[in-house]
Design a protein around this ligand. Structure first.
Ligand code: NAD
Ligand code: MG
Length: 377
């Protein structure tokens, strides 16, 4: 079998590193054709030297000594990488709504998209599904919960599903009181108990905004209505999610918390590749698996995000953009942790019914939400 050509968008990030580790173990199956990064030119240059892909793209156009003359520069680099003729699979590991256009372009070009960039589906759900229909592309989730659900559903799909149960680690503030959460520092929020990830998703995991994004993502990916998607806290991050079927049977997917597992599955689905690089699960050594209810009052971002999903239209895009802006401000010391939910809630009140029929309308709602949050801070 000819190896699959892979474009890796966001190659210098956390999912980027997991993807390169998986590809490196399966050179007979995957060949890296294109890599992109936002602004970390030195890191991109060392990946380019190590992997020698045909295409290297750097989104930032700021002058840098590390960039090579043959690199493609600017935001168009993402779409150029995602639509290349020698690319079969696009791993979208960009963070934030900045990943949307590449997802749309890849699907319209008929590619398989291994989607880590959940924000694509949150912001542009209907447009993304339409792009896949129009171009014949397919979306395979990389997010561990959605990979778990896909594996539980395979091969029969979502027809006999009664309920999706998405697990959440609970993050570093799982047992904290509200007042302490409200004044949590950057260092506190970046101390994730079970997963090592980029800064934005780590903060989202601390506020549970990430779980709201994942509920919306699951709604679009599997076509399951919101009242049949539940969230449960599972501190060990071993059960990655569960599916309850109409007959009452519940199927769960387990594995150690390593993103290499869902990346590998997204690249090989519906096959399974033998892989000795992913850590093995030892049920006895791993010990007790526990579950508890989400403390919804202490983590208001969860219900804010889910209600934005239910409201539909521009609301999920506004929720996402306001959250991105507030998290960026939190990470640079301009916004208290407790303020994140306040400004995101205010942005939804103000802008949640903005026009949403096209990509440009959604991006206008996204921009308005970011401006609104900056004004509030
Ligand atoms: P990260 O911050 O480690 O890496 C982000 C990558 O995207 C970098 O290569 C960066 O150069 C690039 N990038 C950033 N802004 C960009 C922009 N505006 N335009 C183009 N490229 C840009 O993030 P990550 O943790 O790897 O997460 C990436 C995506 O995967 C996010 O959507 C996240 O929610 C999702 N995800 C991550 C994990 C994880 O374990 N890290 C798990 C599940 C889902
Ligand atoms: Mg996840």
């Amino acid at each position: 079998m000819r190896p699959q050509g892979v474009a890796l968008l966001g190659a210098t990030g956390s999912i980027g590193a997991s993807t390169l580790a998986v590809i490196g173990r399966h050179p007979e199956r995957f060949v890296l054709r294109a890599i992109t990064a936002h602004s970390s030119a030195p890191a991109l240059a060392s990946l380019a030297a190590r992997w020698a892909p045909a295409f290297v793209g750097l989104v930032s156009t700021a002058p840098t000594a590390s960039a090579q003359a043959e690199w493609t520069r600017g935001p168009e680099a993402l779409i150029a990488a995602a639509t290349r003729a020698d690319v079969d699979v696009v791993v979208n590991a960009v963070v934030g709504a900045a990943g949307l256009d590449a997802t749309l372009a890849a699907l319209r070009a008929g590619k398989r998209v291994a989607l880590a960039n959940k924000e694509s589906l949150v912001v542009g759900g209907a447009l993304v599904l339409e792009a896949a229909r129009a171009g014949g592309g397919t979306i395979i989730p990389v997010d561990s919960e959605h990979s778990a659900i896909l594996q539980c559903l395979h091969p029969r799909g979502a027809a006999a599903v009664r309920r999706l149960i998405i697990t959440a680690s609970g993050g570093p503030f799982r047992q904290w009181e509200s007042a302490r959460i409200a004044t949590a520092t950057r260092e506190d929020a970046l101390k994730h108990p079970t997963w090592s990830m980029g800064a934005k998703i780590t903060v989202d995991s601390a506020s549970l905004a990430n779980k709201a994004l994942e509920v919306i993502e699951a709604h679009h990916l599997f076509g399951v209505p919101y009242d049949r998607i539940e969230v449960v806290v599972h501190p060990q991050s071993v059960v990655h999610s569960m599916v309850e079927f109409h007959d009452g049977s519940v199927v769960a997917q387990l594995g150690v918390p390593s993103m290499e597992l869902p990346v590998l599955y997204a690249l090989s689905h519906p096959e399974r590749l033998a892989d000795a690089g992913v850590p093995r699960y030892d049920p006895v050594a791993s010990g007790a698996l526990t579950f508890e209810a989400v403390r919804r009052r202490e983590f208001p971002m969860l219900d804010l995000g889910i209600s934005a999903g239910r409201r539909g239209g521009a609301a999920p895009a506004v929720f996402n953009a306001a959250n991105e802006a507030a998290v960026a401000a939190f990470l640079t010391g301009r916004c208290a942790f407790g303020r994140i939910a306040e400004v995101v809630g205010a942005a939804l009140d103000r802008l949640g019914d903005a026009p949403h029929a096209t990509r440009d309308a959604l991006m206008a709602a996204d921009a308005a939400a970011r401006t609104f949050v900056e004004e509030q801070l």
